[in-house]
Design a protein around this ligand. Structure first.
Ligand SMILES: C[S@@+](CC[C@H](N)C(=O)[O-])C[C@H]1O[C@@H](n2cnc3c(N)ncnc32)[C@H](O)[C@@H]1O
Length: 470
């Protein structure tokens, strides 16, 4: 699975760099029927963790009477991590954005920029340009978002000293992330010495102390398409997916790999999933699938809710799909990019990239309002909450969760797996690119996996595990 930021360029740039130196969105509403996990439900997991990894239980109550207050407190702490994730998104924009600067993108390989010194100059120039953009964001929605992040930190972008304070703020984010990224790189390096299974387990928890990023891209959406291709006859064969869910669909803001910022912020995974379900004949029509998205980010939920409300007035949703020509994608991924949306939408005229965006191919797909309306966003923290299946809302056939569980340690992953199990029908599937502690949750069992390689770049790969509800 992919990391949340560009590791190599940050590590090399900051070594040089440090030596010299909102939009309002509607909420998805109260999670209808969302229930906190109870002490009794969690007890078997707590007992199993106590036996195998007691350190994971730091602060977890041992008495049922203390549990509800702990759940509320922990939920608040988890949601508070969104702020740091938003800062990471601003950092990705700083490094890769093309709408606020004429400087080259700070690519993952500093040698392509002319070495670390030149890369540091570029990043310094980008910080300057971003600070100016945040002061005068105009209609650029990403700059408006970056401005809201800056304001949240107590800086007034209209004040006389705004430019120097914003510059310092951006440098501080970079230095914080570098510290985190160095730890991340060391963990990754150590993990490479392990056998493949242990390496995957280690990688699956690597962001447990990072901010919760909401960034996304077409890559994990392709990985789910590959997994569905592999299992549509063998595992899901004969049955049709009527109810599906995506945990943490995310927003394509400016991710650190293929990320660009010259088209409107968008969500990709819900449309990708519907497209794949139709492609592999797992659903008869997109609007016959009841698709729920679960997220704890008001920004993600608000974005999907706005699209849904607009669809109520007949408005379609246009996706811009960018292929960075220099990214050496595998042919399977390039094919996927080419056909994305052909089952649920129609081709549209793509936006024109700015001159400095480099060599990119762009496709646009218009998704009709009937499909957009079939997606319902719900506020839910999968670690601590679930929807109880009812006659009106029966359990899901399929749940997809990529790049979510990696933000949590084994105990919280096990709670999340338990919450997923509660929402799945027996035989239903969870597809995730993380190794989850299934031995702590006997109702979920890994029955197979799909390895995915995105490009020639090191570690640009994934593995989708198929967990089945027993
Ligand atoms: C890094 S993005 C991944 C987006 C997309 N699934 C992908 O693979 O590109 C993580 C998403 O999970 C959401 N998320 C993180 N923790 C969550 C939790 N405990 N419950 C629900 N959503 C969560 C974030 O808000 C964000 O939308």
């Amino acid at each position: 699975m992919q990391s949340a930021v560009a590791i190599p360029v940050l590590a090399s740039v900051v070594a040089v760099f440090s030596a010299v130196a909102g939009q309002t969105v509607p909420s998805a509403g109260a999670p209808v029927g969302a229930t906190d996990i109870t002490f009794d439900e969690a007890a078997p997991v707590i007992d199993a963790v106590r036996q195998r990894a007691p350190a994971e239980l730091n602060g977890v109550p041992t008495r049922a009477s203390d549990w509800p207050a702990w759940v509320k407190r922990r939920d608040k702490e988890i949601r508070a991590r969104l702020d740091r994730g938003d800062e990471d998104s601003v950092l990705n924009m700083l490094l890769f954005g093309t709408t606020f600067t004429r400087l080259p993108r700070a690519l993952n390989d500093s040698s392509r920029l002319g070495g670390p010194q030149r890369a540091a100059e570029i990043v310094r120039g980008r910080i300057d340009d971003l600070a100016k953009g945040i002061i005068s964001p105009g209609a650029n929605e990403r700059l408006q978002f970056a401005r809201s992040v800056v304001q949240r930190s107590g800086i007034d972008p209209a004040a006389d000293d705004a430019r120097s304070r914003i510059t310092q703020f951006l440098r501080d984010i970079m230095l914080r992330v570098v510290g985190e990224v160095q730890t991340y790189a060391e963990t990754l390096q150590a993990a490479r010495q392990l056998d493949p299974v242990d390496e995957f387990i280690t990688r699956s928890k690597m962001l447990r102390s990072r901010g919760l990023s909401s960034d996304t891209s077409i890559l994990p959406v392709d990985a789910i398409d590959e997994a569905l291709e592999a299992i549509h006859t063998s595992v899901l064969g004969g049955s049709t997916v009527h109810r599906a869910a995506i945990i943490g669909p995310g927003l394509d803001f400016t991710d650190k790999a293929e990320g660009f910022d010259f088209y409107p912020v968008q969500t990709i995974q819900p449309y990708g999933l519907l497209d794949s379900l139709l492609r592999f004949k797992l659903a008869a029509a997109a609007d016959e699938v009841y698709l729920t998205t679960f997220d704890l980010s008001p920004r993600v939920n608000g974005h999907i809710e706005v699209a849904r409300q607009r669809a109520g007035t007949g408005a379609s949703y246009t996706l811009e799909l960018v292929h960075d020509v220099g990214a050496t994608w595998q042919p399977r991924l390039t094919d996927y990019w080419r056909r994305f949306g052909d089952q649920i939408g129609t081709p549209a005229d793509p936006v024109r990239p700015p001159r400095d965006a480099g060599a990119v191919d762009i496709r646009a797909v218009r998704i009709p309002s009937s499909v957009v309306s079939s997606i319902t966003p719900r506020d839910l923290d999968i670690v601590l909450q679930h929807l109880k299946p009812t006659a009106a809302g029966p359990p899901f056939d399929l749940i997809v969760a990529t790049n979510i569980f990696v933000y949590y340690g084994a105990f919280e992953q096990a709670l999340a797996l338990l919450n997923v199990a509660t929402m799945l029908r027996p035989g239903g599937l969870l597809l995730s690119n993380n190794a989850l502690p299934e031995r702590l949750v006997p109702s979920m069992k890994a029955i197979g996996s799909t390895p995915v390689v995105y490009s020639d770049r090191r570690d640009d790969r994934d593995q989708i595990i198929w967990y089945q509800r027993q």
